[in-house]
Design a protein around this ligand. Structure first.
Ligand code: ADP
Length: 611
């Protein structure tokens, strides 16, 4: 029935020690974002992020570049030596001269092969390390996202960014990036060599490049928007499918099947259209480029032939230049193939980097709450869509008391509990604990103060120890066992084959509902907050497992302030004080007896409930 719901993932532990915090934008409050989607980084930001990644591993990058240059230089020797052979044969030199040159060609080719492989190896290593950095950053940034921002954007978008987009960026860093480097350096060297042979022939080479340049500009002008639209459409499909699957029961109960199917169809249709558009771009671009390859070779042969006729250029030089330009198509082809992938992954990288521009939780780790008192002052709150849900709430929760919040459905009780737990910030007014606004507390501080207990009991992939230490990373084994004992979970954990080291979740040991709940409650014990916020609608009404965990819950509540969103009035009856909420306002506050005597809204509810 329960779980420590780390308010906006703050209670969770960052899995990496990367320096993700370095280039973060100023922390902003989450409330005032009007755009519900997670942001996408602008081109300039993407470039800067790329440069930062290159700088982070500058040594490996420089080594890759140098090795590539050496390989490309070795590659130039072949055509040059073929040209020399042509000239030597024309000059009537003997077979031995040709043999020597042929042997030199062989050696140069071998050197190029080895250097290129080495370059590729260092390039791949660089790519893998950089990808690890991108992944770590993504995890850190995701954990720093306020829950409200994720709720607004939908988990589908975040999932698509974390899977498909990161994978695409990974391919680029591992394969496309190193390949681009190899081929880019080769192309530069080849063209430079033609210019060195004869500037006029070099100009012929440029002619073809100019055509490719135009085709490329046409393509690039359309590709970014095209691929971004394709990515967004893919996210939408994922989002709609995820929402339909997770809400399947509701869909069935409310007979929304047709609507969901038609929404999925629409999303798929948009996805199909965006994909067709990018396909069109590719089918125009690549054939145009093929034609541009042929032009410079033909031009070099024509112009070179004329120059040779006039005696200004040896036949060997013309052959060398033609071979260079003919070879140019290889690396250029690779580059262009990769440019398409680069565009694609550029759009993905913009979406991955976009998280850095997402609002982060405003926290100030320096402020330490003075005392355990929770004060709600003049709190107003409105969701992004819709009017005010809380319309000026004042409330003081005394340390150690049990406060039940009751009221009709839609009165704003759950919303108030979210503000009390620091999940969201009030639009106006303050919610403070010991004088410090809850939303400004860092995750470490927050979970010592207030924890929201809901029914979302999640077992994380990892050992029992990992699952518990989410709440308290520094907890010793004794503390873990004490927490397990407090919630009555020590027996079954002791019976596990590896005790605390037993792996749980997919592929590991399966836990049943009540075990998952006990683990979640053990996390609450470890976090040891002075205040628990209990949403009973989700925390207590799970009849199959409630009996098992009621004792555990009682142990967890012991000695703490408890604010219970009470949906059953007997809870209110047992509470120290009862707060009645109606239409976003706190209308009554007092003990059960006082409120019944006052004969107001609570007394009416109580009479109805009591029959
Ligand atoms: P209660 O817990 O008392 O039933 P809630 O706090 O859940 O009340 O809801 C108060 C009002 O806020 C309701 O009118 C509800 O429709 C609205 N509301 C709740 N959650 C959201 C949301 N995520 N976005 C927009 N409106 C919401």
């Amino acid at each position: 029935m329960t779980d420590v719901k780390p308010p906006q993932g703050r209670g969770a532990v960052s899995t990496s020690g990367s320096a993700a915090g370095r280039d973060q934008p100023p922390r902003t409050r989450t409330r005032h974002t009007t755009d519900t989607k997670l942001p996408v980084a602008a081109s300039q930001d993407v470039r800067q992020a790329m440069i930062r990644l290159l700088r982070a591993d500058a040594k490996a990058f420089t080594a890759t570049l140098t090795l590539n240059a050496l390989a490309a230089a070795a590659g130039l020797a072949g055509p040059y030596l073929v040209g020399r052979i042509v000239d030597d044969v024309r000059a009537g030199k003997g077979v031995s001269a040709v043999d020597h040159l042929a042997l030199a060609i062989l050696l140069c080719s071998l050197a190029q092969l080895l250097l290129a492989r080495w370059a590729r190896y260092t390039g791949h290593r660089f790519g893998e390390r950089t990808l690890a950095r991108v992944r770590e950053q993504f995890v850190d940034r995701t954990l720093a996202l306020p829950a409200a921002a994720v709720e607004r954007a939908g988990t589908g978008d975040l999932t698509a960014r974390g899977t498909a987009d990161v994978a695409l960026v990974g391919t680029t860093l591992r394969d496309v990036g190193p390949d681009l480097l190899v081929n880019g350096v080769q192309a530069l060297f080849l063209l430079g060599a033609v210019f060195a042979l004869n500037p006029l022939l070099g100009a012929c080479g440029l002619l073809g490049l100019a055509g490719i340049w135009c085709a490329l500009r046409w393509y690039l002008a359309r590709a970014r928007a095209g691929y971004l639209a394709e990515g967004a459409a893919t996210s939408d499909v994922a989002e709609i499918l995820a929402a339909t699957a997770s809400g399947a029961r509701t869909v069935e109960a409310l007979r929304l099947e047709k609507r969901r199917v038609s929404a999925s169809r629409d999303a798929l249709e948009t996805s199909r259209r965006t994909r067709l558009h990018t396909l069109f771009l590719r089918t125009v671009f690549f054939p145009s480029v093929e034609i541009c390859y042929l032009v410079p070779v033909a031009a070099v042969l024509l112009v070179g032939g004329l120059l040779h006729d006039r005696g200004t250029l040896s036949l060997g030089a013309v052959v060398t230049a033609a071979l260079y330009l003919q070879r140019l198509s290889g690396p250029l082809d690779e580059i262009l193939m990769r440019v398409e992938q680069l565009q694609n992954s550029g759009a993905s990288f913009a979406r991955v980097e976009g998280l850095a521009r997402a609002p982060r939780t405003e926290t100030s780790d320096t402020a330490a709450p003075a005392g355990d008192r929770i004060d709600v002052r003049g709190v107003r709150y409105a969701y992004d869509r819709g009017g005010e849900v809380l319309r000026g709430v004042d409330l003081t929760v005394r340390p150690g008391e049990r406060l039940a919040v009751v009221g009709p459905s839609g009165a704003g009780k759950t919303t108030l509990s979210r503000l009390l737990a620091g999940v969201d910030a009030p639009t106006e007014g303050t919610v403070t604990v010991g004088g410090v606004p809850v939303v400004e507390l860092g995750p470490e501080q927050l979970r010592r103060q207030v924890v929201l207990v809901t029914q979302e009991h999640h077992v994380f992939l990892g050992t029992v120890r990992d699952n518990l230490r989410i709440a308290e990373p520094a907890a010793s084994d004794e503390e873990l066992w004490a927490a397990l004992t407090a919630v009555g979970a020590d027996e079954w954990v002791r019976e596990l084959p590896d005790g605390l080291d037993t792996r749980l979740g997919d592929g590991g040991r399966r836990t049943d509902g009540s075990q998952a709940q006990q683990l979640a409650l053990a996390r609450v014990v470890l976090a040891d907050p002075h205040t628990l916020i209990l949403d009973e609608a989700t925390a207590l009404l799970d009849p199959t497992t409630a009996r098992h965990t009621e004792r555990a819950l009682a142990a967890v509540l012991e000695g703490r302030t408890v604010i219970a969103i009470a949906h059953r009035l007997h809870t209110a009856h047992d509470a120290d004080r009862v707060a009645v909420m109606e239409d976003g306002l706190l209308t009554e506050l007092g003990t059960h007896e006082e409120l019944v005597t006052a004969d107001g809204a609570y007394a009416a509810l109580w009479r109805t409930w009591h029959g």
